[in-house]
Design a protein around this ligand. Structure first.
Ligand SMILES: Cc1ncc(COP(=O)(O)O)c(C=O)c1O
Length: 379
C-alpha cells in the first residue's frame, strides 16, 4: 500500500470508530423523492432544480444574482478571474483559514498576502488588513471563520474608499448575519459552500452571490466553458467547466426546505455546550462577535494549555473532535517563515467539538462529561 492509501485508510478507520461523529448531514425521504424525479427525467446537468436552488439562496442572502458552482473553491477562482485579478496582484487573506482561500488566489494567478487574524474573532480586522496593504493589493479575501464576522462594515468602507475589492468567503456562514445583514451580502461577491459538513449540503457544491450584473455575466461565461450557456458555440473566454449537477440541486432544494430547523438546532447545540461547560475554568467556549448573529459552523473551545492531549483523549473515547485550521503560511505550498502568533495560538489551543444539528442532548452531555473528566485527571 502506498503512503497516500495508508493515510486515507487511517483517516477512515479513525472516523469509523467515532461513536459521536464530528458532523453528519441530515438527509431523509425529501432528498430521495427529488433525486428520483431527476433520475427519472434523464437530464442530470443543471436544469429546473438548479435555478430554483439559486433563487432560494440569493433570496436569503439578499443578493440579486446567484450562480451555482461545483464547490466554493471554484466559485472563488471564477469570481477573482472575472474581476481580472491575476498576475502581479496581491490579495490579502488570513493566515488562519481553509486552504481554498490562498489556493484560489494562486489559481487565479495572483499572490496570497497572508495577514494575521484578530485573536477574539478569529477573523481579519481593519488593522491587520491595513498592515498588509501595498500598491499591488487588488482585493481582500475576508473569511467568515466558523460562521463568525467582525468589522465587516468598516472593512467594506475602507475597501471601497481605497478601490480594493472586498470578497467574502462565507463558505461556512450560511444564515449568519453581521449588523443585521447576511454576511454574504457584503463585498463585491461572496461564496457559500454546500460540502457535507455545511448547514445545508449537496455533497459538494458552492454558490457565488453578487449584486453586480456585469460580474455575474462574466462569472457565468467562465463557469460554462467560456460560453453563455450549453448549446452556444461562441467561446468568449478561456473558461472552465464549474457546473453544478441537477442531482446536487435536487438535494439542495430538499435541504433548503429544512434550513430553518437546522439553523435552530445548530444554535441550540451551541448553547447547550455553553451551559454544560460554563463552570469549567480550563476551557473557554468560543464567543461569537457581539454584532454577529452566528449560526455556528462548529462549536469551538479553547484550552489553556495546548489542546493536543485533550484531542487525543476525546478521540480515544470515540468523540469526533478536530483541530482548527493549521496556519496556511507555514503549509509546504506557501512556506512563509514569518510568525503569525494569533493564528498559531488558535491552531494550538482550539478544538472543534461534534456539532451536527442531529446531535442529541445526551450525546452533548457525554462529550462534556468526558472533557470535565479529562481535566479532573490532569489537575
Ligand atoms: C472557510 C472555508 N472556505 C472555503 C471552503 C471550501 O469550500 P468547498 O469545499 O466547497 O470548495 C471551506 C470548506 O470547508 C471553508 O471552510
Amino acid at each position: 500500500m502506498n503512503t497516500k492509501e495508508t493515510s486515507y485508510n487511517e483517516y477512515i478507520s479513525r472516523i469509523n470508530k467515532e461513536k459521536i461523529p464530528c458532523y453528519e448531514p441530515s438527509l431523509n425521504s425529501k432528498e430521495i423523492i427529488n433525486l428520483s424525479s431527476v433520475i427519472k427525467s434523464g437530464w442530470l446537468s443543471e436544469k429546473k432544480f438548479t435555478r430554483t436552488f439559486e433563487k432560494q439562496i440569493s433570496k436569503i442572502c439578499q443578493r440579486k444574482y446567484s450562480i451555482a458552482f461545483t464547490n466554493a473553491t471554484s466559485a472563488l477562482i471564477v469570481g477573482m478571474k472575472s474581476l481580472n485579478i491575476g498576475k502581479g496582484d496581491e490579495v490579502i487573506v488570513p493566515s488562519f483559514t481553509h486552504s481554498a482561500d490562498p489556493n484560489s488566489i494562486s489559481a487565479a494567478g495572483a499572490i496570497p498576502k497572508f495577514a494575521e487574524v484578530d485573536i477574539n474573532s478569529m477573523c481579519l480586522d481593519l488593522s491587520t488588513i491595513k498592515k498588509n496593504v501595498s500598491k499591488k493589493t487588488k482585493a481582500v479575501l475576508y473569511v467568515a471563520v466558523y460562521g463568525n464576522a467582525n468589522e465587516l462594515d468598516k472593512i467594506e468602507k475602507y475597501c471601497q474608499k481605497n478601490k480594493i475589492y472586498l470578497i467574502v468567503d462565507a463558505a461556512a456562514a450560511l444564515c449568519s448575519t453581521y449588523k443585521n445583514k447576511p454576511i454574504s451580502s457584503y463585498g463585491i461577491f461572496a461564496v457559500h459552500s454546500f460540502f457535507a459538513d455545511k448547514t445545508i449540503t449537496t455533497g459538494e457544491g458552492g454558490m457565488l452571490l453578487t449584486n453586480n450584473e456585469k460580474l455575474s455575466q462574466v462569472c457565468n461565461l467562465y463557469k460554462h466553458d467560456g460560453r453563455k450557456e450549453r448549446g452556444v458555440d461562441k467561446i468568449e473566454k478561456a473558461g472552465l467547466n464549474c457546473r453544478f449537477t441537477e442531482l446536487q440541486a435536487a438535494v439542495g432544494v430538499a435541504q433548503f426546505s429544512k434550513l430553518n430547523l437546522f439553523v435552530k438546532k445548530k444554535i441550540q447545540v451551541y448553547h447547550y455546550y455553553k451551559k454544560l461547560l460554563s463552570k469549567l475554568n480550563d476551557i473557554k467556549v468560543f464567543d461569537y462577535s457581539n454584532q454577529c448573529r452566528a449560526v455556528p459552523h462548529r462549536v469551538v473551545i479553547f484550552t489553556k494549555k495546548k489542546s493536543s492531549n485533550l484531542i487525543k483523549y476525546l478521540s480515544q473515547n470515540g468523540i469526533g473532535v478536530r483541530t482548527l485550521f493549521m496556519p496556511m503560511n507555514r503549509q509546504p505550498a506557501y512556506n512563509i517563515k514569518k510568525k503569525y502568533k494569533n493564528s498559531e495560538y488558535l491552531f494550538n489551543h482550539g478544538v472543534c467539538l461534534p456539532s451536527a444539528p442531529v446531535l442529541k442532548k445526551k450525546e452533548i452531555k457525554f462529550v462534556c462529561e468526558k472533557i470535565i473528566k479529562f481535566y479532573e485527571k490532569n489537575k
